[in-house]
Design a protein around this ligand. Structure first.
Ligand SMILES: [Zn+2]
Length: 344
């Protein structure tokens, strides 16, 4: 069986769209017909070669999506053919199988445990979660990356409580999900910081009580005028914003979570006094989620409209047009491109 895929052959060059031969399934692998795939900054960094030396070229890409199970390999118990699934790089229960290797006219094309920029993909069982029947597959695709990272950063990493104050640096997919999570958690005030006015407008619509354009105002000073800040979430991947987040939280108990993905080679220099002041600086593994228990809960937030998916689902592209999706994401023209595999 063959499938159409977007292949990264050389970094900083356009992806090549071509047919690949799908290999027979190994134990623990699942063949999925992809319906939707998200596109995020991780793939932008990969395509640009900004994640360090890429030893796997040529390879497939993508790590969040939704689809239908076509075939399962030996030992797979979690899903069966016909099931609708969420695809995510976050590891859940099930077999962990590292890579699928496709055949491209006699050449090998690598893929990780999960890839989604193709009509079909061979995916490790533990990267699949059953999708709720009460939400669309378009919405289910969102539960693979930025949305659970943003929500998990609030619910799992910080455990923020009602009445606690929070600032979100960077209003992309992770940041806007964190803002919605902070609203659900009852945080107040919720301060959104970005340098893109259109993203700040969306932040306000989604629950930010205050917005700060960091290209015009000093976010540290402005935040300190608004509140004594309990939490700061850094979701832009900029080392400048990371330092601003650290300096913004209150002494004795202020907590910063670094959730943004910085380009390879970025370093952060922190005045150690910030630690002596009793601030906590935390990392997060994509919001510290356990997909099998957390994704069904996030699905309910979508189902009952506690989470507004509209800003994340309105920019749809075909697989053939994936270069434009990457370009629009890089230029900040769109918040979250979604690839609809059913469009020719
Ligand atoms: Zn992602």
């Amino acid at each position: 069986m063959r499938t159409k895929a977007a292949i990264l052959v050389e970094t900083s060059k356009p992806l090549i769209i071509d047919e690949l031969d799908i290999p027979p399934l190994h134990p623990g692998q699942v063949l999925v017909e992809i319906k939707y795939s998200g596109v995020c900054h991780t793939q932008l960094l990969e395509v640009k070669g900004l994640r360090g030396k890429d030893e796997f070229l040529p390879h497939c890409l993508g790590h969040e999506g939704s689809g239908m199970v076509i075939e399962v390999g030996k030992n797979v118990k979690k899903v069966k053919p016909g099931d609708f699934v969420i695809l995510s790089w976050m590891k859940g229960i099930g077999e962990n199988v590292n890579s699928a290797v496709y055949d491209w006219k006699g050449k090998k094309v690598n893929a990780g445990a999960i890839t989604t920029f193709s009509n079909h993909a061979v995916i490790s069982e533990n990267r699949l979660t059953l999708a709720s029947k009460n939400i669309s597959l378009k919405e289910a695709a969102l539960i693979g990356c930025a949305m659970p990272t943003g929500l998990g950063t609030i619910f799992n990493t910080t455990s923020a409580k009602p009445g606690q104050s929070i600032a979100i640096f960077g209003c992309g997919g992770i940041g806007l999900s964190a803002i919605q999570g902070a609203k659900i958690a009852g945080c107040v005030p919720i301060i959104a910081v970005d340098i893109n006015p259109s993203k700040l407008l969306i932040a306000k619509e989604l629950g930010a009580t205050h917005t700060i354009d960091a290209s015009k105002q000093d976010p540290i000073k402005t935040i300190q005028e608004i509140t004594s800040l309990d939490f700061a979430i850094e979701a832009s991947g900029s080392s400048i914003a990371m330092n601003q987040a650290i300096l913004s939280v209150k002494n004795q108990g202020g907590t910063v979570v670094i959730a943004g993905n910085a380009p390879h080679g970025t370093f952060l220099s922190i005045d150690p006094k910030q630690f002596n002041l009793g601030k906590k600086i935390l990392g997060t593994w994509g919001g510290d989620n356990d997909p099998d228990s957390h994704f069904p809960k996030y699905s309910k937030l979508l189902e009952f409209k506690y989470f507004n998916t509209q800003p994340f689902t309105k920019n749809i592209y075909s697989l053939d047009n994936i270069e434009k999706a990457l370009d629009d994401l890089e230029k900040g023209k769109v918040l979250r491109p979604l690839i609809d595999m059913t469009i020719g």
